[in-house]
Design a protein around this ligand. Sequence first.
Ligand code: FPP
Length: 217
Amino acid sequence: MAIIMDGNGRWGLKHKNSRNLGHKEGLKTVEMVMKYCIKKHIKFLTLYAFSTENWKRPLKERNYLFNLLEIYLKEKLEKINNEKIKIKILGEKKFSKKLNKLLDFSEKMTTKNTKLQINLALNYGSKKELVYAFNKLKKKSRISENDIDNCLYTKNIPDPEILIRTGNTQRLSNFLLWQAAYTEIFFEKKLWPDFKNEDLNKIINKFRNIKRNFGKV
Ligand code: FPP
């Protein structure tokens, strides 16, 4: 399952007069979804936490987001590891030295865990990821789909079956463009901090009722 967690800023402005507090509230939904995945035996959860385009946001907001992530990992990494959750970062780690190190450490510490894999898309852009893959492959005379799969940040991660975007916007915003070729996409009106267990249940039930033909009849 992959998620574009949209709507934090609007939620924050509406309820707390602060975009940043919307991000803080959004973290609670992240924790809810992680628990949900473990309970329902969903093995891969990919979260769009910071895009290559998000660098255009004001420094204050960017720093708030990075700080939130840093505090979260410092506080919860041990618990995450004990719960056998694996953390994988998708995207180039171009943050502060401290955060880069913490992200590397989180990946290394949890690398053998198999209960749930959380792929955190950070400084992630699908076009950038494809360019990265093509550059790795440029010496080859023939390129297969498999070759591309194996050069993406998502190497060894199955393509998502479900992609959810909250926040009442219907686009992919440079997220998993290659990987979502056959993904079922669910656009949810609710803002990310308002997204609850029952909303996720509804989506999973809808997904279960879809006949997936993959081009066949
Ligand atoms: C998009 O909402 C959300 C983000 C760019 C950040 C997502 C971050 C979190 C959910 C919290 C932190 C997560 C981790 C993993 C520590 P938006 O700000 O674009 O909302 P808007 O469309 O209402 O402006």
